[in-house]
Design a binder for this molecule. Sequence first.
Ligand code: KG4
Ligand code: ZN
Length: 336
Amino acid sequence: MNKDISILAIETSCDETACAVVKNGKEVLSNVVSSQINTHSKFGGVIPEVAARLHVENITFVMDEALALAKIPLDEIDGIAVTYGPGLIGCLHIGLQAAKTLCFLHNRPLIGVNHLAGHIYANSFITDFKFPLLSLVVSGGHSELVYMPDEYTFDVIGSTCDDAIGEAYDKVARLLNLGYPGGPIIDNLAKKGELLYDFPIVKVNGKYDFSFSGLKSATIQLLKRLDKDNQSYKIEDIACSFQNAVLTQLVEKAKRSLDDYQVNQFILAGGVAANSRLRQLVQTDLQEIYKDIEMIIPPIWCCTDNAAMIAAAGYVAFKKGLYSDYYLSANPSLSL
Ligand code: KG4
Ligand code: ZN
């Protein structure tokens, strides 16, 4: 009889202190997320030093709660997975030290997990992966097209040349004084707006690469022009036009990759995967064109940062024997 495998995972790469316990990579026994959004929204973005300090204050409470909710003692945990990059170095460091301490005290294997692998494997809670597959990872810090020929094998075929997509949403929201995080706010406003303004078509060299900073500059120019001409405008229309430009580029690059790579599944991942228009475009437009490819859209709860997704990826790494040693360091620019 196969023994159950329980993974405890810790995620502190940005502004969420998170800990989860997941059985056999699928069954979420607990998933505790302590968000710092209320603190950072006052500053219009994440302040790294403040985020790291809050992780220190919260981490033990979050770990205790995750274990209590899972109703499982630490002795029955088989491995401890932790995000070691990419992310904010001071923040990553806190999770990593907590994980190493637990591993040392309880003699359990340490499993370093790439945050982006976690975002992708969040989807394994809703479906079994059928390789080869393509994943579009869109978050506050990343915009990557990833080809996975096999389990836990990542080939990044496209990435952003400048800002990440979520970063572009957040910067434009700040420009419009809308608050932080900007993505969900712009997403909601765009639903009530019209496509009134033209944005430039973005050109980049890499076939599957992205660029978003020009769209942020185009928004600044648009606002200046409207002000100069004394023209009134609705913020909803600007949100709608900006979002359309961003998502048109995203879908165009996704189509290019789907034309070139023979895959069974196309997986959306990351915080921006919560975007209602993007979800619709994948579910309808892309599915209509690529009828034989299964389009997978994560439920909202596992789009933004959480530790269950790190446990899901950590479970696969655990089964492959991909253990880390105590020299594992936080790596803010870790690539897949
Ligand atoms: O994955 P995540 O929680 O953190 C990183 O790994 O970066 O993603 C956070 C990002 C933020 O930039 C936020 O504005 C964006 O995801 N986001 C959205 C939506 N919900 C969150 N962007 C667009 N539309 C949304 N509905
Ligand atoms: Zn993330």
